[in-house]
Structure formats: structure tokens, C-alpha cells
Design a protein around this ligand. Structure first.
Ligand SMILES: O=C(O)c1cc(=O)[nH]c(=O)n1[C@@H]1O[C@H](COP(=O)(O)O)[C@@H](O)[C@H]1O
Length: 238
């Protein structure tokens, strides 16, 4: 069984561990997310390895800096051949617009397909208490909607958000806007450092295009079996 809507977060520190997981998950997983841990350890080699293995890559480096720096950074990352790149919406509309233009220009110059550029709204690890402490008087869902609209207006292809806010984003941003939801936990799974979580079934029912799952698969005693169970749940929710 396979479902391209499942993105597995390859949060390991070495090429050997990444290869072992990709081998073990085999045909059941097509889409992998490469984040800071693995990219900072092994660099672009991991993207090339996954592409050569016929996999798609979400390169999750969460750029957040002044517009010129983010534009130059995303332009360099574009050449690696990932299907999705991301920046933090909190960097602002000007930064997001600069990144969107840089990715389009870089892809055109290289003659490759333009990767989707999406924006993190509010991290799924943030709970209401911490949020209210940092932003008194503001509510998470309202802010997520605002950031998602900002990303859309800046020309981005979509957002990363909690499944708990996916439905609200769909309502304001429409159908033609990618919603990628981490913070996925099958019923009864350990939350780890996540806060605004939901099951795969709930995320898809709220309009998520992709779900991102890390530890519930990668730290399972049997990662392949854990992935297959999630794929079954995804199929039931169709
Ligand atoms: O951008 C992301 O992918 C991301 C955004 C977010 O708000 N929350 C979040 O958990 N992530 C990533 O999604 C993955 C979730 O992993 P698990 O909590 O192990 O399932 C991690 O690699 C995070 O870096």
C-alpha cells in the first residue's frame, strides 16, 4: 500500500540511518521530509540519494531572515531538486514574496520544475499557554488564518499548519492552496514535544493535502508496520 499524501519525517543524524529507514519502508512510502538534523549532518547528498531512489522530497529548513538572505538561500536550495521548500510566515509578506520570486527565477534558469514554496504558520509544538504568554490577547487559530492569507497573497503555494487549524485555513484560502500538516499522532501514540496534534483521519477530514509523520513511524519497533497502519487509516478516511 502507498499513498503520496503521507510524508515521513526522516529525522535521523546519518546517511546510514536514513538509508536503513528508506530501505525498510520500501514501496510503502514515496515522500520524505528532510529537516535540519539530517541536512545539517549530510547536506545535499541526502536529497540526491532520495531522488535517485525515486522518492519525492520536502526540504524543511524553515528559512526565516531578512528578505534578501532568504531569497538567496531559497534560490540555492532550489537547485537540489526537492519538490517542496519552506520558510517561516513570521518573516513577513516582503520576505515571502522575495522567496517566491527567487524560487521561480532559479527554477526557470535551471530549467527544472519549480518546487512548491510553503510557509510555516505557527509551530505545532506551541501550546495555548506559551502562545498567550508571547502574544497576549491573540488566539492561535485567528493568527494561523492571518498568516495563511498573507502567504497566499505573497504568492506562496501553501502552508504548514496543525491539523487542528487545517479546516479554518481551507475556509479562507480555498481549494487551490496546499495544506501540509505535521503534529500527526495516531490514537494513543506518544505526543513527544507536540501540542496541537490530531490523527491522520482527522487531518485529512479537515482538508489537509499531506500529513507529516515522524517518530510514530521512525521510532516504532517496526517502522514498516507503523507506516502500513497509518496508510490503512488514511484509506479508511477517503
Ligand atoms: O515544518 C515542519 O515540517 C514542521 C512544522 C511544525 O509546525 N511542526 C512540526 O512538527 N514540523 C516538523 O514535522 C516533523 C514532526 O515529527 P514528529 O513529531 O516526530 O511526527 C518534525 O520533523 C518537525 O520538524
Amino acid at each position: 500500500m502507498n499513498d503520496k499524501r503521507l510524508i515521513v519525517a526522516l529525522d535521523v543524524a546519518t546517511m546510514a540511518k536514513a538509508r536503513a529507514l528508506v530501505d525498510e519502508l520500501g514501496d510503502s512510502v514515496t515522500y520524505y521530509k528532510v529537516g535540519m538534523e539530517l541536512f545539517y549532518s549530510v547536506g545535499g547528498e541526502i536529497v540526491r540519494f532520495l531522488r535517485n531512489a525515486g522518492k519525492e522530497v520536502f526540504l524543511d529548513l524553515k528559512l526565516h531572515d531578512i528578505p534578501n538572505t532568504v531569497a538567496q538561500g531559497t534560490a540555492r536550495l532550489t537547485r537540489l531538486g526537492a519538490s517542496i521548500l519552506n520558510v517561516h510566515a513570521a518573516g513577513g509578506r516582503t520576505m515571502m514574496r522575495a522567496a517566491a520570486i527567487a524560487v521561480t527565477d532559479a527554477a526557470t534558469t535551471l530549467g527544472i520544475a519549480k518546487p512548491k514554496l510553503i510557509a510555516i504558520t505557527i509551530l505545532t509544538s506551541m501550546d495555548r499557554e506559551e502562545w498567550t504568554h508571547m502574544h497576549p490577547g491573540s488566539d492561535i487559530a485567528g493568527q494561523v488564518q492571518l498568516l495563511a492569507r498573507m502567504a497566499q497573497e505573497a504568492g506562496l503555494d501553501g502552508v504548514v499548519a496543525s491539523p487542528q487549524e487545517a479546516g479554518k485555513i481551507r475556509a479562507v484560502c480555498g481549494q487551490d492552496f496546499l495544506i501540509v500538516t505535521p503534529g500527526i499522532r495516531p490514537q494513543g501514540a506518544a505526543l513527544n514535544d507536540q501540542s496541537r496534534t490530531a490523527t491522520p483521519e482527522f487531518a485529512l477530514s479537515q482538508g489537509a493535502d499531506y500529513i507529516v509523520v515522524g517518530r510514530p513511524i521512525t521510532k516504532a519497533d517496526n517502522p514498516r508496520e507503523a507506516a502500513e497502519q497509518i496508510l490503512q487509516e488514511m484509506r479508511r478516511s477517503q
